[in-house]
Design a protein around this ligand. Structure first.
Ligand SMILES: Cc1cc2nc3c(=O)[nH]c(=O)nc-3n(C[C@H](O)[C@H](O)[C@H](O)COP(=O)(O)OP(=O)(O)OC[C@H]3O[C@@H](n4cnc5c(N)ncnc54)[C@H](O)[C@@H]3O)c2cc1C
Length: 434
């Protein structure tokens, strides 16, 4: 008797790439038939408890572009992308039955809502004899390679860095599969994508960068930032900038959807160092990627604390007239504080804001406006093209003093910050003079 064929589904989520994708790599190694799919989860297109969209238009456009690119990449290796839309547990259940799949390969989740969705999917699969396996796809480090268990993750970034940097090895990038054994898969259903309500985005010529989703664009940006401009070699000096394409890497949007992996970036930085010499700046980009890892691991350790209201007793009750007025001024860049307003207008019109800007507007929101930080974080979640659940809620919690760091508040003196980082007001003029 012929042995039964092993059939697997690969669930793409925020790992929209073929190279360095642990789910895809393992699925292809271990199965005879592999069916890649993405599920447009209805939940991601709803309004949150904070009354913002869960996915705003900038990110939606970027997601559509990334999915189209992913499908093209999958076609090149003999496969395709099944696009589902609805409630993941129901849609995935149907897909498992349709293909007789025995195993699902999915990215490991760490945040509460994502874990809840995953649990609903696995519960629904119980009667189907289909197992569910998860794989780390996000970080530089694998959790099991750390010298401590996650319950003992240091509460301060520096302690985390010192116990991992140059001590824990970063696993090599996994190759992309040369061929994926899939049954015929219909062309990507663009009608489903187009049905999603995204008002046409008007590209603002003042935007720091015109983002476009997908692996190809991610690698083009990498090439531009490292080789065409060699901006990486001066990153440490420019990274607090606010105007233009080169002051920082802008890798965040592609990292957030996994069009490129942190390990691919690390590998590229190491190659660059061999070609052009390592310096403080090349080191600093890896340092920032360690912050990204840290927020990823913190989410696993502290998730519950991250979504709690601030302990600041002065913080105003939500949904009162005064609260709504202050919130709207902040969102629309009409607070009357030029440095804050310029940053908020940039975010509203482009879906992006520099790290310096994010720190200031978040501090202003918590410490000057005294508003419940979760509303600020939820607005960022809607608006940011590079929204990443761990980075966004982790950074906000850190600034609001509800994270794991022992310092309770991080107050930014806005006038001082403006004078230091925008001394000639080039940034403020760019966004405030229309
Ligand atoms: C309130 C607040 C909210 C934020 N929300 C997000 C978010 O939703 N998504 C997101 O990717 N980043 C977020 N950040 C972190 C940071 O602002 C952005 O990653 C960065 O500005 C993106 O631009 P870049 O890629 O040019 O960064 P670069 O300066 O070039 O840094 C390279 C990469 O390092 C990582 N990184 C840099 N700074 C941080 C940081 N503070 N925390 C975690 N990772 C970091 C990012 O992956 C970034 O792409 C937030 C920061 C704050 C203060």
């Amino acid at each position: 008797m012929m042995p039964e064929k092993k059939i697997a589904l690969v669930w793409f989520k925020t790992n929209l790439r073929l190279r360095d994708n642990e789910c895809l790599f393992n699925a292809v190694e271990e199965n005879d038939i592999v069916i890649p799919f993405y599920c447009l989860d209805d939940h991601l297109f709803q309004i949150t408890a904070f009354k913002f969209k869960k996915t705003g238009d900038f990110r939606l456009k970027f997601l559509k572009e990334s999915l189209q690119q992913l499908e093209q990449d999958l076609r090149k290796v003999g496969s395709g992308l099944v696009l589902l839309k609805g409630t993941p547990e129901k849609e995935i259940f149907k897909l498992v039955k349709e293909y007789g799949a025995q195993r699902i390969y999915a990215e490991k989740e760490v945040a509460p809502e994502e874990l809840c969705t995953q649990k609903k999917v696995t519960d629904k699969l119980l009667g189907l004899n289909c197992s569910f396996s998860t794989f780390d796809c996000r970080n530089l480090f694998r959790a099991e390679d750390l010298p401590f268990s996650l319950e003992l993750l240091p509460d301060v970034f520096t302690a985390f860095r010192k116990s991992t940097e140059n001590k824990v090895s970063i696993r090599p990038v996994l190759p992309k599969p040369l061929a994926i054994p899939s049954p015929p898969i219909a062309a990507l259903n663009l009608a489903i994508l187009n049905e999603l309500d995204s008002t046409d985005i008007i590209a603002d010529p003042r935007a720091a960068i015109q983002f476009k989703g997908g692996t190809e664009q991610a690698h083009q940006r990498l090439h531009y930032y490292l080789y065409e401009t060699r901006a990486l070699s001066i990153y440490k000096q420019t990274r607090n900038g606010m105007v233009g394409e080169r002051y920082s890497s802008k890798f965040s949007a592609w990292l957030a959807l996994g069009c490129i992996s942190a390990r691919e970036l690390y590998e590229a930085i190491k190659k660059y160092e061999v070609a052009y010499r390592a310096n403080e700046s090349t080191y600093w980009l890896v340092f920032e990627l360690l912050w990204r890892d840290y927020f990823g691991f913190c989410m696993q350790k502290n998730a519950k604390r991250y979504f709690q209201r601030s302990a600041n007793l002065q913080s105003m009750l939500a949904n009162t007239d005064q609260f709504n007025m202050k919130l709207n001024h902040w969102i629309n860049g009409t607070t009357g504080v030029p440095f804050i307003d310029a940053n908020m207008i940039e975010l509203k019109l482009t879906g992006f804001m520099s790290n310096r800007g994010r720190q200031n507007v978040a501090s202003y929101f918590c410490n000057d406006l005294c508003l419940d930080w979760r509303y600020g974080a939820a607005y960022f979640e809607q608006q940011l093209i590079d929204y990443d659940v761990c980075n966004n809620w982790g950074n906000w919690a850190y600034l609001a003093g509800v994270g794991n760091d022992p310092r309770t508040t991080r107050y930014f003196n806005i006038d001082k910050q403006s004078a230091t980082y925008d001394p000639d007001q080039v940034f403020q003029q760019l966004w405030l003079e229309s």
